[in-house]
Design a protein around this ligand. Structure first.
Ligand code: ATP
Ligand code: MG
Length: 259
């Protein structure tokens, strides 16, 4: 693990009318770490991701990627720089096959997709990339299946595959296990952990399942009403009394109540 900062926000703020969804958030994300953002519903986690990825413009503040100011770059530019962003809602092409979805995702960010005289060569490269990613996310046997007929858990794997296809350095995962059956969650999390470690990637994860967060994260940032309430290792955060009171106590209560 290095101490290089790959992504940094400085006093990042986003207002929606009178509401301050992200309130002067300054966070440093170390390269090659698994960094989770937690907080109650409406805490500003998704808005924060939208600001990082260029999907939303901040009211004020800055976003730096490897020291470069990317505050005003739109989503497709941050994607080209190597920031991959998933969404809370499913983003796949239902009538295309699993393989076609992944190939398109790889191709969309290919640097040379307008160089038509080299098209055949690149097409082959994207096919190979798609096949490798399918293998990585455990969907090789489903390559020719139309995406719409995949079980929900496999759709989530496909989304991960689409995100991985262009080989981003940073992955922003917004509730990747949302809507999954409890027994499928560990497999998806193992998958995320394995490509994070094997690819030396930086993963930013928003996740409500505290067992998952506590087991996978190097660092956790706790958001509350748009602000950073606490930050540290899973044990720091678990032991933090303010976090306990504001958030964890009730959440663990909810988790326990579900069982
Ligand atoms: N486009 C928007 N227009 C107006 N208000 C918004 C908009 N997007 C988010 N908000 C508000 O900003 C606050 C933060 O929302 P956000 O979606 O970032 O929270 P979150 O932490 O991701 O919540 P959840 O855990 O439910 O996904 C909420 O009060 C939300 O209603
Ligand atoms: Mg959200």
């Amino acid at each position: 693990m290095t101490t290089d900062i790959i992504l940094e926000t400085q006093q990042l703020r986003r207002e929606f009318g009178a509401l301050v969804a992200v309130d002067n958030v300054s966070v440093k994300i170390r390269a090659h770490t698994f960094h989770s953002i937690i907080g109650p519903n409406g805490a500003g986690k998704t808005t924060f991701f939208n600001l990082l990825s260029g999907n939303l413009k901040p009211t004020s503040g800055r976003v730096l990627f490897k020291g470069r100011d990317i505050t005003h770059l739109p989503l497709h530019r941050t994607a080209h720089l190597g920031i991959g962003r998933s969404f809370q809602i499913t983003n796949i092409f239902p009538n295309l096959t699993v393989l076609e979805n992944i190939r398109l995702a790889a191709q969309a960010l290919g640097r040379d997709n307008f160089h038509f005289w080299r098209r055949a060569h690149h097409f082959r490269r994207y096919e190979e990339r798609a096949a490798a990613v399918l293998e990585q996310v455990g969907l090789a046997k489903r390559a020719d299946t139309p995406a719409r007929t995949l079980p929900h858990g496999d759709q989530r794997k496909l989304e991960l595959g689409m995100l991985l296809a262009p080989d981003p350095e940073v992955l922003l995962l917004d509730e990747p296990t949302a809507g999954m059956a409890t027994e499928q969650v560990p497999e998806l999390i193992d998958l995320i952990q394995s490509f994070q470690a094997a690819g030396n990637k930086t993963v930013l994860l928003v996740e409500h399942n505290m067992n998952v967060v506590m087991s996978v994260s190097d660092v956790i940032t706790v958001m509350h009403y748009g602000q950073v309430l606490a930050e540290g290792t899973p044990s720091d955060v678990t032991a933090n009394e303010v976090v306990q009171e504001a958030y964890l106590g009730t959440l663990y209560g909810d988790v326990a109540a579900e069982k």
